[in-house]
Design a protein around this ligand. Sequence first.
Ligand code: ZN
Length: 84
Amino acid sequence: MQKLLLALLLLTAPALAQQARPAKLPKRPVAAKPAAVAYFCNSGNIVKYHASPSCRGLERCSDTIDPIALSTAQARMKPCAVCH
Ligand SMILES: [Zn+2]
C-alpha cells in the first residue's frame, strides 16, 4: 500500500511541480476584505469601539471583548483614541 502511494507520488510530483510554478504569475485581484469589524468592551457602559481586540484601550476591560459590525459601532460609539 505504501509502495503504491510512493509510486503514485513520484509519478505525479513532476506534474504538480510544473503546475505550481507557472512561467508568469497572473496578477490576482485583491480578495475582498471580510466585513469590517470593530471591538468593544461589553461592560454595559459602551462608549468606544476599537480597531483591534488587543488595543491598549481594551486592556482594562474586565468584561468580554466582543466584535461588532463597524457600521453599528460607528453609529453607537466613538472611536478609541488609541487605535484610531
Ligand atoms: Zn482602541
